[in-house]
Every structure is written in structure tokens, then in C-alpha cells.
Design a protein around this ligand. Structure first.
Ligand code: MSP
Length: 640
């Protein structure tokens, strides 16, 4: 029998900037759903990709002195790398600069034309390059775009139009007949209200822009970037090509995951284009909320965009995947903070999952010669709890309520702990010996509950699930639905290697290091711009490097690494710097030493102490070696 298909997509990401937490979030969520649906037996197709045309891209490339395609290639390679690191299991990756996509876009436009829904006119209006959208004057807020507050510019040009106005009624009918087509319900209402206010025809070509797909038969125009981009969901399936196999098998999409900011494009324009082309409409669009940084909106200009490479490097991809899904109520906004991340890491992963599993596995190793117990156990209160947790997990995952699904797994882990405390296997062994059937049953129950927890956690933390299963003696294989049934643990089987799943994080050491990194221009948390570009001499000249002489040096209280220095830079008064060199250098031995300092760096506060500059050091696997000067040159001497 043919399996049910499940076609899931992420938005395709703009490549004028490097990926950040928002992009990671949508992709991790989609990957979790794809993995979960595969486990439940669906024939899954999971698509992601990049949106490479448009004015924003054209501008950024010009600013960086690169052809747009070269910039795109560079950023796309970062996306590939990141998705590999995060174990994303997309089946395809579409780039809008690929020929297969161009062919598909032309095929779609041909259908809109054939329907009589395209005409030529002229457009005058306010264009927001940030959102790649026109806005009527009445919608501007303080002369800026109403969605994101970006600057807008007046454009007047000849343009092809799509008769969007003709689709107002059909769209409203479609929403009414398919109340699940937009989720959550609040977003559904938002879209319906928007369409009820009336739809104007949509300009779908640009003449002043060259970076795009040429308009079929009129190459002076390029296709409007949103018509181009939205079509990716079908062009990646071969729509418009000779081979329609994938298109026939997977279209219409089961689920488009998108951020709330691009809901209108997916819930108004996209279904209208598809209706005009007489193609089936996607079953559901889910609009998720935004990640804020420390409660504030992230933006490049604020310099607070989260690019969590440093967290992945330190804590592994699964910890980040877990945090993202556990922390955000799907559909609402959430705030990202390092403190929040570390708190969850220690409480839920190192303690919760890590402790429960290592405690149970250690007992099993001790009592059963490194094997699982000799007999299974049919009835137990823990089994009831575990089966309840599985039911709740399935219900929550089917509803994309990841937070609830994860809470259920963690309740099961707590129940395992409580069960161990109550049954006290060590006391049974003491009273009845290791051959006691009772102790075998108790540990079987615990190990089996852990196995179920590992299977359930798999779509969210695939690497961790595989490790835990391996520790339970189960060769990691793609889990199927059967794996969610109680009783799957084999008896008398060798357990695998020991090892902490999540070593506890030293929060203080982490902050000391992250903060030190932050004060470096190449620090892992510094916003990365113009990636890979060579530095112009004039840019280098903006950096004020000088010789300084250390006059005061002492440890920052409560920090292992941080040292507070007062340095003579020949300015008449001493400069305070904070540096993460305390593990290698005794502060008092630094006094009198000449070092090299970046003197015009923005001040940073490290563990409550202000640092007004940065000393330079060579870094060998994270250990700093101070730069010094060959002769006793006066403090303040420039370094070039
Ligand atoms: N290229 C368009 C999408 C075209 S789809 C046919 C685009 N690209 S984007 O790179 O700007 O954004 C991609 C996705 O990232 C959007 O869903 C957006 O909501 C999401 N995010 C960008 N910043 C975000 C946060 N701070 N938090 C969560 N997601 C956010 O729009």
C-alpha cells in the first residue's frame, strides 16, 4: 500500500547575510517534524533552500564589490555547512539561481498569462527593499515600511501586474472552507482580516533591477522576487520540467513552515497564484513567532543578532536543537539568552536526561555483568507512566506542540528517578542478592523507559538519541513506529559504552570566555559581515594599535580567567583593560611588562568590570600568549 506523503518546506533564505538563529530555528523545527513523520511511517519530502535574487541581494553584492552570484555562492556554502553540523535531513536544497527553478517559474507565469491574469501597466509606489514589497502611502508608518520599519523609496516604472483583486472572494471562500489552512488560529484571523480589507493587483516584474529571472518574452523586466521565490516549492519538485514524478507524488505540500513576518506572501499571494494556475493549494501554512535577543528585537544595526556557532561548538548541535524547541511555545515569540540556554542545558540535559540515564545504566552494568536484565517485565506503574508519555508525545507532535511533547518526556525521566528511589534496587540486592528476580524487573522497567525516552527524543536530538540507544545496547537504526511500544528492550544483551551524554557546564567559566571572545573583533559572537572579504588598508588604519606598559594587574574576583589591568598608553592616565589570561599568567608577574593594545575598541563589561581596549595575544587552542615588543619603546608608541 502506498504510504501517505508528507511534503514539508522551510522558507528559502535570503543570502545577502549569513544564517542566524531565526533561520536555524525554522530549519530545525522542520527537520524535527520530518524525522518524526518518517518514524511514523510517512513518505516524507523535506525541502529547504535559498532565495538569491532581488534588490536587497543586488545592493549587498554591490556594497561588497562582488557579483551577486559570487556572494550567493559564498553564503550558500555556509548554509550547507551549518545544516550538516546541525544534522538537518533535507531531501533537496533549491537555489533560485538554478536553471531548473527558472524553467519552473516561466512555466508558472505561462499559466497565469493563459488565464488572462497578467497585464502590463505602470507602477508608482513606495518600495521597501528590506521586505522586497510595495506599500501604499496610507500604510506607511512614520514614512517607513509598516512591517519592519525599514526605509522605503519611491519607484515609478513599467510593470507587469497580476490580477490579485480577482482572487479576494475565492481566497476568502478557501479560508472559510479550510479553517486549518493557516495556523495558529490567531494568524488565520489576521490573514482573513487583511484580505477582507480588499486586495489590489500586484506588480510582479521590475525594470530597474537586473538581478532576477528575466521576464518570459520581455527580458527588460525581471520577475518580482516573491513570485520567483514562492515558486520554489513546486520547481524543486520538477514543475515545468520534463520529469514530473516528484511533483505528482508530493504536491500539494502538507506544510509550509514560515515566520510570522512572511505570512501574507504565503497565505495570500501564493494561493492566489496557484488558483490562477489551476494548481492545488498547500494544505497548511504554519506561522511561527520570532526569536528576540534578551527580550529585544534582533537586528544587524543593533549588533545583537544571535549566530550561535559558539554554543554549537561548545555544547554540540543537539543542545541547541533541544533549547530552540523546548523554549519557544510554537507560534509565539521567545527570547534568546545565553543564561537561558545554559540554565536549560544544565537542568534538563546534564541533570535530567544525563543523570537519569547514567544512574540506571550504572546499576544495570553492576548487577548484570554489563548486560540488560535476564527477563522482561510486563506490568509496572512505570510502564503505565511511559505509555501515557508516549500517547501524549504523539498527540503533541502531531499538533506541532514540541514544548508539550518534550515536557512529557522529561516527566517520564523524573518518574524513572522516583521509581528508582522508591524501589531502591541496591537494597533489594543487599537483601536478596544480584540474582533476585525483583531487581531484574525493576531495572528492566527503568531501562525500557529510558529506551522509550531516547526514541521520543530522537527527532529533536538525533545524535543524543543514537548515543543513548547505543549505551542501552541497541544499534542505532532509524526508529520505526514499533520502537514506541513498551517491551522493545531485548533481555540479556550487552550494554554499550559508558559516557556522560551532557557534561555539566561551568557557567562562570563559560561567561568569562564568551565575554572575552565578544571583545575581540573576530570573536565567535561578533556579528559576521562581509564574510571572507580582504581588509582594505584604510580599514586596517582605523584600528589604533599601541604599545602599553602594565602598571597594575590583579584577578577579577570570582573569575578563574579574567585579569584586570591598568595600562599606561602614554595618555596621561591609565587605561583599564580586562583580559582572559589568568589561567596562563600570574597577574603580579605582568607588572612592568610591555604589551600591544587595541586602543580604540568599544568598551565592554566583563563580569561587571569595564574593559576599555584589548590586549593582543596569540591563541593556541584557546590558551593566550601575550605579544610583546623587542625594545623598551615608550608607552603609546603606534604599532603598524
Ligand atoms: N526569502 C524570504 C522567504 C521566501 S520563502 C518563499 C525570507 N527570507 S529570510 O531569510 O529573511 O527569512 C527566512 C525566515 O527566517 C523567515 O521565516 C523569517 O521569519 C525567519 N526569521 C528571520 N528572523 C527571525 C527571528 N529573529 N526569529 C525567528 N525567525 C525569524 O523572508
Amino acid at each position: 500500500m502506498a504510504r501517505d506523503t508528507f511534503y514539508i518546506t522551510t522558507p528559502i533564505y535570503y543570502v545577502n547575510d549569513l544564517p542566524h538563529i531565526g533561520h536555524i530555528y525554522t530549519t530545525v523545527v522542520a527537520d524535527t517534524v520530518a524525522r518524526y513523520k518518517r518514524m511514523r511511517g510517512f513518505d516524507v519530502r523535506f525541502l529547504t533552500g535559498t532565495d538569491e535574487h532581488g534588490q536587497k541581494m543586488d545592493r549587498t553584492a554591490k556594497q561588497q564589490g562582488l557579483p551577486p552570484k559570487a556572494l550567493a555562492d559564498r553564503v550558500v556554502s555556509r548554509y550547507h555547512e551549518l545544516w550538516r553540523t546541525l544534522s538537518i535531513t533535507n531531501d533537496d536544497f533549491i537555489r533560485t539561481t538554478e536553471p531548473r527553478h527558472h524553467a519552473g517559474v516561466h512555466a508558472l507565469i505561462a499559466l497565469l498569462k493563459a488565464k488572462g491574469d497578467i497585464y502590463k501597466g505602470s507602477y508608482e509606489g513606495w518600495y521597501c527593499a528590506g521586505c522586497e514589497a510595495f506599500f501604499p502611502e496610507s500604510q506607511l508608518v512614520d514614512g517607513k515600511c509598516p512591517d519592519q520599519g525599514h526605509p522605503v523609496e519611491m519607484l515609478k516604472e513599467e510593470s507587469y501586474f497580476f490580477r490579485l483583486s480577482a482572487y479576494q472572494e475565492p481566497l476568502l471562500r478557501f479560508y472559510r472552507e479550510n479553517p486549518e489552512c493557516i495556523r495558529p488560529a490567531s494568524r488565520y484571523n489576521e490573514v482573513v482580516r487583511f484580505v477582507e480589507m480588499g486586495l489590489k493587483d500586484l506588480s510582479i516584474s521590475r525594470v530597474s533591477l537586473k538581478w532576477g529571472i528575466p521576464w518570459p518574452g520581455d527580458p527588460e523586466h525581471v520577475v518580482y522576487v516573491w513570485l520567483d521565490a514562492l515558486a520554489n516549492y513546486i520547481t524543486a519538485l520538477g514543475f515545468g520540467s520534463a520529469d514530473q514524478t516528484l511533483y505528482r507524488r508530493y504536491w500539494p505540500a502538507t506544510l509550509h513552515f514560515v515566520g510570522k513576518d512572511i505570512l501574507r506572501f504565503h497565505c495570500v499571494y501564493w494561493p492566489a497564484f496557484l488558483m490562477s494556475a489551476d494548481l492545488p493549494l498547500p494544505e497548511q501554512v504554519f506561522g511561527h513567532g520570532w526569536w528576540l535577543r534578551d527580550e529585544r528585537k534582533m537586528s544587524k544595526s543593533l549588533g545583537n543578532v544571535v549566530r550561535p556557532d559558539y554554543l554549537i561548538e561548545r555544547f554540540g548541535p543537539d543542545a541547541l536543537r533541544y533549547f530552540l524547541l523546548r523554549e519557544m511555545t510554537f507560534g509565539q515569540d521567545a527570547s534568546f539568552s545565553d543564561e537561558g540556554f545554559l540554565g536549560r542545558y544544565n537542568a534538563d540535559l546534564a541533570n535530567g536526561l544525563g543523570n537519569a540515564s547514567s544512574r540506571v545504566l550504572a546499576m544495570a552494568r553492576r548487577y548484570f555483568d554489563g548486560k540488560t536484565p535476564p527477563e522482561p517485565c510486563e506490568e509496572s506503574p512505570l510502564r503505565d507512566v511511559a505509555e501515557g508519555a508516549v500517547r501524549r508525545y504523539i498527540e503533541a507532535m502531531d499538533d506541532y506542540e514540541f514544548q508539550r511533547a518534550l515536557e512529557g518526556i522529561w516527566e517520564l525521566l523524573t518518574a524513572v528517578d522516583g521509581y528508582v528511589n522508591e524501589k531502591a534496587p541496591w537494597a533489594i540486592v543487599k537483601a536478596e542478592g544480584v540474582t533476585s528476580l525483583r531487581v531484574g524487573r525493576v531495572l528492566y522497567n527503568c531501562l525500557e523507559a529510558l529506551r522509550l525516552a531516547a526514541v521520543m527524543v530522537g527527532p529533536v536530538m538525533p545524535g543524543t538519541a543514537a548515543r543513548l540507544l547505543a549505551q542501552l545496547g541497541i544499534t542505532p537504526a532509524v526508529a520505526t513506529e514499533n520502537a514506541l511500544r513498551w517491551g522493545g528492550l531485548a533481555v540479556n544483551r550487552m550494554l554499550g559504552e559508558e559516557g556522560a551524554l551532557f557534561p555539566r557546564a561551568d557557567v562562570e567559566a563559560f561567561f568569562a570566555e564568551v565575554n572575552v571572545d565578544e571583545s575581540k573583533p573576530d570573536g565567535a559572537t561578533a556579528p559576521a559581515t562581509a564574510e571572507g572579504d580582504l581588509l582594505g588598508i584604510e580599514e586596517f588604519a582605523r584600528m589604533k594599535l599601541v604599545v602599553g606598559q602594565v602598571m597594575v594587574a590583579e584577578r577579577v574576583p570570582k573569575s578563574k580567567k579574567l585579569v584586570r589591568l591598568e595600562v599606561d598608553l602614554g595618555e596621561g592616565s591609565l587605561r583599564q583593560l580586562v583580559a582572559g589570561i589568568g589561567a596562563q599568567y600570574e597577574p603580579e608577574r605582568l607588572i612592568g611588562r610591555r604589551i600591544v593594545v587595541v586602543a580604540n575598541l568599544k568598551p565592554a563589561v566583563l563580569m561587571g568590570v569595564e574593559s576599555r581596549g584589548m590586549l593582543l595575544a596569540a591563541s593556541v587552542e584557546g590558551a593566550p600568549y601575550l605579544l610583546s615588543v623587542d625594545a623598551d619603546v615608550p608607552p603609546g608608541t603606534g604599532v603598524k
